[in-house]
Design a protein around this ligand. Sequence first.
Ligand SMILES: CC(=O)N[C@H]1[C@@H](OP(=O)(O)OP(=O)(O)OC[C@H]2O[C@@H](n3ccc(=O)[nH]c3=O)[C@H](O)[C@@H]2O)O[C@H](CO)[C@@H](O)[C@@H]1O[C@H](C)C(=O)N[C@@H](C)C(=O)N[C@H](CCC(=O)O)C(=O)O
Ligand SMILES: Nc1ncnc2c1ncn2[C@@H]1O[C@H](COP(=O)(O)OP(=O)(O)OP(=O)(O)O)[C@@H](O)[C@H]1O
Length: 493
Amino acid sequence: MRLQALAAALNLPPTDLPDLPVRGVTHNADWAGPGDVFVAIRGARFDGHRFIEQVRQAGAVAVLGEGLPDGLTSPLPYLRVPDARAALADAAAALEDQPSRELRVVGVTGTDGKTTTAWLTRHLLRAAGLKTGLLSTVGYELPDGELRHFPAHFTTPEAPQVQRTLRELVTAGADAAVLEASSHALALERVRGVDWDVAVWTHLSREHLDFHGTVEGYFAEKRKLVERARHAVLNADDPWTAQLTGLAPEETTYSAEGTQADWTAHDIREGAGGLDWRVTSPLGEFQAHLPMIGRFNVANALAGMAAAAQLGATKEDLIAGLAYFRGVPGRMELLPGDGAAPRVIVDFAHTPPSLEKALATLRTTTPGRLWVLIGSAGGPRDPGKRAPLGEVASRLADHAVFTEEDCRDTSLADILREMERGAQETGHENFTTIADRAEAIAWIIRQAQPGDTVLLAGKGPEDTLERADETLPWDEVAVARAALAAWAAPATP
Ligand SMILES: CC(=O)N[C@H]1[C@@H](OP(=O)(O)OP(=O)(O)OC[C@H]2O[C@@H](n3ccc(=O)[nH]c3=O)[C@H](O)[C@@H]2O)O[C@H](CO)[C@@H](O)[C@@H]1O[C@H](C)C(=O)N[C@@H](C)C(=O)N[C@H](CCC(=O)O)C(=O)O
Ligand SMILES: Nc1ncnc2c1ncn2[C@@H]1O[C@H](COP(=O)(O)OP(=O)(O)OP(=O)(O)O)[C@@H](O)[C@H]1O
């Protein structure tokens, strides 16, 4: 694309700008390269205009911004726009030639449940034969199923990355894409220019008020997704839904709590192997089995089913798809098993409240003993949580194993001592300390018996284990699977 065409795509009046070829667009001066247009954003911390000289040296060809600060001149052609973040998104969509128009796009928003619902929806769409990509907190996935990561950790990255990923999906032959849309993304225009087919609403509760100011402000940002979609999938159990009804041209509702809705759940049973319930839906009544833990996942599954059905999934696709859903990597991920061995779960809970929640959830479906393996990271971040982690683990599990978790430059022995102190100070001695994580996993799984649950907490889907002098490649699920395969007649510690 050339600069004049880009200006026209942004509805800017014609100017006498040099008509240079444009390679890409970015808001980050460090990412600017030859042929790029740099969008100078006035952020909460920096004014992007101060990086114009840096991007010129990197080879950028023009700058877009809301106006040069007093006294600053631009050595590059400067295009004035009313809203820099909107211009960033519009330019990114134009440069990638509006990829979302070539895909069926499902957006998922809400305070909790976005990642799970997005993964479930992409899984059900694949079960229905649609080549589907995914953009979520855990990473992004092309239809080949390989999980990739953006350089910075985002639920929804900035518009150029969103649009580039959508173009990659089109190039890879995808039919559909599922995107998590955070409230920050909607407020900061990261998903402007995405053509939404379906908007899925999970639920809203107070969060991120530091950024949005009020819960109404938070809601107003999230509401944009519903306003922009052709079809809304709304949670009838969420009081905020009353204010969303009628915003999209079409809508479907769902309820896991007995509210009247198009998709409803009845006779919900929570067992060690997952959730079972009866579904009533526009596709008819059927029995569903989902190998996931946590009753709230019934609502996420109803939302995912309603969205997938909107894109053509049949009742049979949904029943079969739910039954072999593997969960979200590293989030209460249930390792396959048949009840003849202990149940093993990998979860990224690494704070005292999240560990507490995970153990409480697992306790309700554990007929035998509950085991937990947990470490605490080194470095300056939150050393104060080590003792509380030890306390929570020993209080809520029958037996805890304390082990390494990215100790980095902090003494592992000191970390483990702190965790032990947390347990002992509250009168608990039901723990074992094994410094080497792989050995600790092998040990804890060897001890457990059928009917027991083993929670491997803290690492989740992370792919490295950091020690003082080395960084190991890490795959907690693979280590646990190997230990389960070697599982033999158990012994009690
Ligand atoms: C609160 C928030 O979302 N802030 C975003 C906002 O930051 P900001 O307004 O402070 O921007 P800034 O740092 O002042 O920079 C202004 C401009 O100068 C540029 N700059 C700045 C410094 C520099 O050296 N070079 C440079 O080019 C920046 O790229 C930017 O374009 O704009 C930046 C770039 O446009 C974002 O990177 C930044 O996200 C920060 C890193 C962030 O942590 N965001 C989190 C809270 C977030 O978005 N989370 C949600 C999920 C939330 C949830 O549901 O849990 C998500 O979607 O991931
Ligand atoms: N439908 C739901 N209603 C209430 N709580 C939920 C729901 N789904 C998930 N949760 C809770 O929120 C936690 C995070 O779930 P999930 O990762 O799917 O949410 P998220 O909105 O994507 O959050 P994040 O962006 O932090 O990953 C779960 O472990 C569970 O405790």
